[in-house]
Design a protein around this ligand. Structure first.
Ligand code: ZN
Length: 472
């Protein structure tokens, strides 16, 4: 065996869907053994994880890094620092920057920017609406493709949007050839525009409440999902749907998956955490909390879908905006930016759900780490703690409760929609390939430590396992 560089001692290690008492041995950036406490091997460096859990790092498929074009909100350094303190060790970002990532040259330029700055591992989704570009992107190393059906004001760039079914089918056929994933933001844009016009004509205030009500109309999402499922059937593409919060969409997807259709389903934390109460208290900073009905029926449906296996993936939708940019929502929500930073407390937010009995630890890790790595074709090198896996590890204190604060964030915009929330399960240390990149809420990784990860094309859909029941 190679010299052991690092030994993480005395922790409870998450492996094969459960916590076990073991020490983790690391060499060359990889896990080389899970051994008993009395194993005699010594290492150059020890970490004492007594009383702590050692979990796989989160592999996140949904971040808006903002570089190039909007670096006053975030760049590859600050995004990766927020990732590191939140327990994300690999992140894939979205193409809606300026210029958008819709040519190979722009993709390569972005990859270079990230390589110099990132402290955790990364990849990039490229715009997928132009079928002629698809093969070139795949050859250059794209993690997959993103198509927005929503189109309009920033961040929903019309240059990345497509609503025409024929055009979508041509893109999906080209993407299917590459074996990479086709990520779609489902949205019936013309129905949305009609409902906005009706709200305006009725004299509704054009603020974040009206926006929330219109934007989240079940029919806008459900009808789009129905079309996309049909196009998937025709193209055979590996379809991955984001923002699936609508009950109607979830019903269609449960049915499609039961019939064996090749589709994976993602939901983002704001939909199963932020409620109408948060929108009242924090305004646009908690948007789209207004999407959640007051009786929380939608939130209950999402949790049921998380636990019955309809939802496969938690995608952060880390989407930082300044408070000033979001304040436009008070008067003109339909022209405003939307979204919120999500990385800084991502692991703790979900561990709190586990301690609250909303899901099992195995489900949290499956949806945050394992399934996302499987979609990229990287499991178990990423998303798992097994011999041979990259030593992407997050050490958390399962007993520590603490209050999330704006001051505790590393995102450039300096705030979190969860400020004031009492969370349990604090991230103490994050390692990427065996190197510590964050400790006690402070990012300490060297810019450039993060490496570009190459997705592995898949010809068959990944096995995403079966959900385990929540333990209370
Ligand atoms: Zn997004």
């Amino acid at each position: 065996m190679a010299d052991v560089e690092l030994r993480i001692r005395n922790g409870e290690v998450f492996t094969n869907s459960t916590l076990v008492s073991a020490d983790v041995l690391v060499a060359g950036g990889r896990i080389v053994g899970l051994v008993s406490r009395d194993d005699p091997r010594t290492a150059f460096r020890d970490i004492d994880a007594k009383g702590k859990w050692v979990l796989p790092g989160i592999v996140d498929l949904h971040a808006h890094t903002r570089e190039p074009g909007y670096t006053y909100k975030e760049d590859f350094l600050t995004c990766s620092q927020a990732a590191a303190i939140g327990g994300i060790t690999t992140w894939i970002d979205m193409p809606n920057v300026d210029p958008p990532t819709d040519t190979v040259e722009r993709f390569l330029a972005k990859r270079e920017l990230a390589s110099a700055k990132a402290i955790v591992d990364f990849g990039h989704f490229c715009g997928g609406k132009n079928p002629e570009e698809v093969e070139k992107f795949a050859a250059a190393g794209a993690s997959g493709f993103k198509i927005f059906q929503v189109s309009g004001a920033y961040p929903h760039d019309p240059r990345l949007a497509e609503n025409d079914s024929g055009a979508l089918l041509r893109s999906m056929r080209a993407i299917e050839e590459t074996g990479l994933v086709c990520v779609v933001h489902p949205f019936n844009q013309s129905l949305f525009e009609q409902l906005v016009a009706e709200a305006r004509a009725a004299g509704e205030p054009m603020n974040h409440y009206t926006f929330g009500e219109v934007y989240t109309q079940d029919a806008i999402w459900r009808t789009a999902v129905a079309v996309l499922l049909g196009l998937q059937e025709l193209s055979g593409v590996r379809l991955h749907l984001v923002h699936t919060h609508a009950a109607g969409s979830l019903r269609l997807l449960k049915d499609a998956k039961e019939r064996g259709q090749r589709v994976t389903v993602e939901v983002d934390p704001k939909y199963y955490h932020l409620s109408r109460k948060d929108l009242d208290e924090k305004g646009p900073l908690a948007c789209p909390g207004g999407y959640i009905t007051e009786d929380d029926e939608r939130m209950r449906t999402i949790w049921r879908s998380i636990n019955d296996g309809t939802i496969d993936v938690f995608g952060s939708d880390h989407a930082p905006h300044t408070r000033e940019d979001l304040s436009v929502m008070y008067r003109n929500a339909f022209e405003a930016a939307m979204g919120s930073p999500q990385y800084d407390y991502l692991y703790s937010l979900h561990l709190t759900d586990v301690f609250d009995g909303k899901m099992s630890l195995a489900t949290a890790v499956r949806l945050l780490c394992e399934n996302t790595a499987r979609i990229l074709g990287l499991f178990p090198r990423k998303g798992a703690i097994l011999p041979g896996s990259d030593a992407d590890l997050v050490i958390v204190d399962p007993d520590e409760t603490f209050v999330a604060t704006d001051e505790g964030t590393a995102t450039r915009v300096g705030w979190t929609p969860y400020a004031g929330w009492r969370l349990r399960g604090r991230v103490r240390e994050t390692l990427v390939r065996g190197t510590t990149v964050a400790r006690d809420g402070v990012a300490i990784g060297q810019p450039g430590h993060g490496r570009f990860v190459q997705a592995v094309p898949q010809r068959t859909p990944p096995d995403l396992g079966t959900p385990l029941p929540a333990q209370t």
